[in-house]
Design a protein around this ligand. Structure first.
Ligand SMILES: Cc1cc2nc3c(=O)[nH]c(=O)nc-3n(C[C@H](O)[C@H](O)[C@H](O)COP(=O)(O)OP(=O)(O)OC[C@H]3O[C@@H](n4cnc5c(N)ncnc54)[C@H](O)[C@@H]3O)c2cc1C
Ligand code: SF4
Ligand code: SF4
Length: 1015
């Protein structure tokens, strides 16, 4: 069947009309009605999936007002809206089947910083860590913490009243709001801040919506004060959404509407700006790791630790602890933990942190805690609180190591094998800390009774417990279990005087609100909602329905879930695209930080379709839609002749193209494969998708050019001068750009590698190696060539050979046998399979001779370790080492070359290597330290080249912007820059040619510097 285009649901007619009217009205932002954008706004980190009709990105407040004012037109009155920030909510807070208004792309400005008064004013699409980057130089920070701080926005934090570690001292987001700007459903803009009750009464007069808000706030928050005080639990994680208790301050006699908006989950207004107070950055920090005989003992000790004035007390249960114990990370933390005694081993832990601006303050608190712990230990094995030991970390890196262990172990929980995966639905309960141990004991009983796997961790100081039981939402029985457990957890938290939503907000758990608040106060919440949104158009169904609304209903945990869609994908297709299915939407790949490798294509486009989550989401839907059309995409696509494939313009409404556009923007840098907590490996499924896509549509000629590189380049490199002259004249450059869409190809090395290879060094094929006797082979180091370094930067291979020779070994240049990376990247999978099997056969033969093998280019070496696995057929018994890996095994030999070398060099590692082999920079430091040279690693993201991406004409602009983002500045500042990646060196070389970059010199591979130092 030739016509295999994949159709999808288009927006409903009313929404299409609204979209057109909005454009005509002069809306300046983006209006996205394509299926891919809508899918991206259909999920967050929860189990729910609701497809919106449109996603709009207003450019500024006026634009947002325009959109909402237009929605007041008679024919648009049934349209609904939900605000969205980072989309990291765990309970579907930002999901809606109407229009999503996303402020995260455009509302990103820091507007004003007042260091003397310690406040900042910003737009609400600013990411929390970005805000802290902006104020750090003033010694200040925005202190409410949350784990998603590198992608959650200030708007999202305000609307979920976010908080996390250290909340006893730093409070919740609402504790730091000095004022807000918000746009109401009718387009009216209000400014909120505490005002005297008299002023509130004055503002309550009139016809404006703002007046009715003040009328209702006074009536509820002052009028119902005693009922509110009786109901709201006295917890650190106080009850928000809507925070009736703190909206009125009886001491100060003020009313503050900001307190109603904080935690309102987008149900009352769009918050566009926030004035936030800042806290002095604590200069001193100490972490005391207390070991217990079990988890229960750790929990029961928490109140004592809180009384000892800790900034935070964090815990992990024995499941999480054991995950850490069995992970490589344990090697780095064991010295900072007391393992207890032989008869009382550690099986529980509390991490107690003290922070202060002043060291004396920390010392005093620490002494108090140590006295408590020593008394426990003196009481012997059966001491009251089960303390079996403690250790103090007072260095930043040891503290960091302990938190990294906690973070990694929690991440490992998410990567459990099997179809049941940890999911959020009762993951942030809060009870009074003194009841936490009993509460957890009952909670565990409930989960054990259902035979569920889980790990627990939390902020014991605040009584907050994090637990994500593993369920398979594709299975209807597990979906029903979610409902049963939710009900029981809601009842359990109520029994212990706590909250089911201690940290992450209510979302689809809003159905429990009426029971929790009771009829009198729930009615007050409804009246507040009615004052802001009488027609139930703002994030409808969340938190409360408007008072008096005839049809409005609360959402429930039975809402449509992602599992409903995933279960429609055939099992074989799920297995083939498992990585995409595994994405749980936590949004770590939306990391804003430019110096982080994750994910360059999202960073440079700012479009969530171009993120790992975006690609996983689109692939899942693509699998489902194909299954619906009866197409089996799990099989390798049949090959058709080029002539018969469709020109791309046919079937423009084909969803295949939307998926393809997202895949095209991927650099195949592989950061996702390592950095994502569940290892969503986009290049792996991207290659499969491309292979499928190109059995339907014609490939661009460029792909064939790239795919043939391993055959053509070795030939061209035999006569490098002639080849360079043929390929680098004006006409051929023009043809390359016009015909292939390919620019800035590097020049072949002159002289070529063979010409530079010294006479006394060896070279040849595997058979020649086999023909040698054991003695001849004993000092050989085989260089496994890649198609880039060998032909375009032969001097790097030569430098490595020089190092090898100086160290007393014999370099052996193995004849070029190929690698196949380019074939995989472009989705030529059957050809890739053939290369993998051929290369593996040859390298297996070398491995049998017990000769070390080293590859110069990390990106191609790592393909052998990763992509090869699925295609190799026979077992792979060889390991090609990276240069630094081999050198690190020979540090003692390097020390004979130790000298005194002035200055330090800066090391920029290739992003694939950085994420797949995170020890790279450290190992290079060790290598150079052995010869007396200092190397400083520089944190960078992707250089923007990533193999072929940077040469593709349609990606050129993005490639250059990526370079400017995190490479240009450190390179310009460096006197001696080194880069491990071939792509990175090529990119730097090309950017050197431009006037704007101000790069002083070419970057070299570190092994070139090493060769100089050894010579
Ligand atoms: C792995 C993981 C760990 C987490 N850890 C924590 C934690 O430690 N502490 C914590 O508090 N939370 C935590 N969360 C939950 C989540 O990150 C927070 O709720 C966060 O504040 C949401 O911010 P966001 O920008 O992603 O908002 P979104 O998810 O986009 O939206 C959240 C709510 O805010 C509303 N909203 C967003 N922007 C606006 C705006 N400008 N105006 C009006 N309404 C708006 C939305 O409609 C929605 O109701 C965690 C989530 C995950 C996935
Ligand atoms: S791709 Fe990975 S990091 Fe991104 S949302 Fe999915 S699971 Fe999280
Ligand atoms: S390979 Fe790189 S660019 Fe592509 S999705 Fe993964 S992190 Fe993003």
């Amino acid at each position: 069947m030739l016509d295999q285009h994949v159709s999808y649901e288009v927006p409903a007619a009313g929404y299409r009309r609204y979209s057109q009217a909005l454009t005509q009205a002069g809306f300046a932002g983006a209006i996205e009605d394509n299926y891919a954008s809508r899918l991206l706004a259909a999920t967050d980190n929860s189990v729910y999936q609701l497809l919106p009709q449109l996603v709009i990105f207003p450019r500024d407040t006026a634009d947002l007002q325009l959109a909402l004012q237009l929605a007041q037109r008679e024919d648009f009155l049934d349209l609904t809206f939900s605000p969205r920030g980072g989309g990291t909510g765990t309970n579907g807070q930002s999901l809606n089947q109407g229009i999503i208004i996303d402020l995260s792309r455009t509302f990103k400005n820091i507007l004003e910083i007042a260091p003397e008064q310690a406040w900042v004013r910003c737009q609400t699409g600013v990411v929390k860590d970005a805000l802290n980057d902006a104020v750090r130089e003033h010694g200040l920070f925005f202190s409410p913490d949350l784990s998603t701080s590198n992608r959650a926005t200030i708007g999202g934090m305000i609307n979920t009243d976010a908080s996390g570690q250290g909340s006893l001292v730093y409070g919740k987001t609402s504790d730091h709001i000095l004022g807000l700007q918000a746009v109401l459903i009718n387009g009216e803009v209000i400014e909120t801040a505490p005002v005297s009750v008299a002023e509130a009464q004055r503002r309550a007069h009139g016809e404006s919506m703002e007046a009715s808000l003040y009328r209702q706030a006074i009536a509820t928050c002052i009028g119902k004060r005693s009922a509110i005080e009786a109901k709201f639990p006295p917890l650190n994680r106080f009850l928000t959404g809507y925070d009736l208790k703190h909206c009125y301050d009886p001491q100060a006699q003020t009313i503050d509407l900001s307190r109603l908006l904080a935690g309102s989950e987008g149900t009352l207004a769009f918050i566009t700006e926030a004035k936030l107070n800042l806290t002095a950055i604590p200069r001193h920090k100490v972490l005391v790791n207390i070991s217990y005989r079990n988890f229960d003992a750790a929990l029961r000790h928490a109140p004592v630790l809180v009384k000892a004035r800790a900034t935070s007390v964090e815990t992990i249960d024995n499941t999480v602890l054991n995950l850490a114990r069995n992970d490589i990370i344990w090697d780095s933390v064991r010295e900072h933990l007391s393992e207890g005694q032989a008869d009382q081993p550690m099986d529980g832990i509390n991490m107690v942190e003290y922070t202060a601006v002043d060291q004396a303050e920390i010392d005093a608190k620490l002494q108090q805690l140590i006295a408590i712990l020593e008394r426990e230990l003196e009481a012997g094995a059966n001491n009251q609180h089960g303390v079996v030991g403690y250790k103090i970390c007072d260095q930043a890196d040891s503290i960091q190591t302990i938190y990294a262990m906690r973070k990694k172990a929690v991440g490992l929980l998410g990567a459990v094998k099997g179809e049941r995966k940890p999911i959020a639905f009762a993951e942030d309960t809060a009870v009074p800390p003194e009841s936490l141990a009993d509460f957890i004991s009952e909670f565990r009983g409930l989960l054990d009774q259902h035979e569920l796997q889980y790990g627990m961790f939390g902020h014991v100081d605040a009584g907050v417990l994090h637990v994500r039981p593993a369920l398979d939402m594709k299975v209807p029985a597990d979906e029903q279990m979610l409902r049963r457990i939710s009900d029981k957890v809601a009842a359990l938290t109520a029994k212990y005087g706590g909250l089911m939503w201690g940290e992450h907000g209510k979302g689809f758990r809003s159905e429990y609100a009426p029971t929790f608040f009771g009829p009198e106060l729930y009615t007050e919440l409804q009246k507040i909602k009615a004052a802001f949104d009488p027609d139930n158009r703002l994030n409808p169904g969340k938190l409360a329905t408007p008072f008096g609304h005839p049809t409005a209903q609360l959402v429930s945990v039975d809402a449509r879930k992602r599992g409903f869609f995933d279960r429609q994908i055939p099992i074989a297709a799920r297995a083939s695209y498992q990585a995409a299915l595994n994405c749980n939407g936590n949004g770590l790949c939306f990391n804003y930080a430019e110096a982080s490798p994750m994910c360059p294509s999202y960073k440079v486009t700012g479009d969530r379709r171009n993120s790992p989550k975006g690609r996983a989401t689109l692939i899942r839907e693509w699998l489902r839609l194909n299954a619906r059309e009866g197409v089996d995409v799990s099989a390798e696509a049949p090959q058709k002749s080029w002539f018969w494939r469709f020109p791309k313009r046919q079937n423009a409404s084909d969803f295949n193209h939307q998926v393809k556009a997202s895949m095209d923007a991927c650099l195949a840098c592989k950061a996702c494969a390592s950095e994502c907590p569940v290892k969503v490996d986009v290049p792996q499924f991207r290659a499969k998708f491309l292979q499928w896509y190109y059995h339907l549509y014609r490939r661009p000629l460029r792909d064939y050019l790239v795919a043939s590189v391993e055959r053509t380049v070795p030939l061209m490199a035999k006569w490098p001068r002639i080849s360079n002259a043929l390929t680098h004249n004006g006409l051929s450059q023009w043809l390359f750009a016009k015909v292939f869409g390919y620019v800035d190809t590097p020049k072949l090395s002159v002289p070529n590698l063979q010409q530079q290879w010294q006479q006394d060094w060896l070279s040849g094929n595997v058979e020649q190696l086999q023909a040698m006797d054991a003695k001849e082979r004993q000092n050989i180091v085989v260089i496994v060539q890649d198609p880039f370094t060998s032909f375009y930067q032969a001097e790097v291979v030569v430098a490595f050979a020089k190092v090898v020779a100086r160290m007393g070994y014999q370099p052996y240049l193995l004849d070029f046998i190929g690698n196949g990376k380019a074939l995989h990247v472009k989705g030529f999978l059957s050809q890739f399979r053939r290369v993998v099997q051929r290369v593996s056969k040859q390298l297996n033969a070398v491995a049998e001779l017990a000769i070390p093998m080293v590859g110069l280019d990390a990106a191609t070496v790592l393909v052998m370790r990763d992509e090869y696995r699925e295609f190799r057929g026979a077992p792979q018994n060889y390991k090609v080492q990276l240069v630094h890996e081999w050198l690190c095994e020979h540090l003692a030999e390097l020390q004979q070359f130790k000298g005194v070398h002035e200055g330090s060099a800066d090391l920029l590692t290739h992003c694939t290597e950085q994420t797949a082999v995170p020890t790279t920079a450290k190992q290079w430091q060790q290598v150079f330290a052995s010869v007396g040279k200092t190397i400083k690693p520089v944190a960078t993201g992707c250089c923007g080249m990533a193999g072929t991406y940077g040469h593709e004409i349609e990606q050129l602009e993005h490639s250059k912007r990526l370079f400017a983002m995190s490479w240009q500045q450190p390179l310009a500042a460096s006197a001696q820059p080194l880069a491990t990646g071939f792509s990175c060196r090529c990119q730097t070389h090309r950017m050197q040619a431009t006037e704007t970059t101000k790069l002083r010199q070419d970057v070299r591979h570190p092994v070139q510097l090493l060769a100089d130092l050894l010579s």
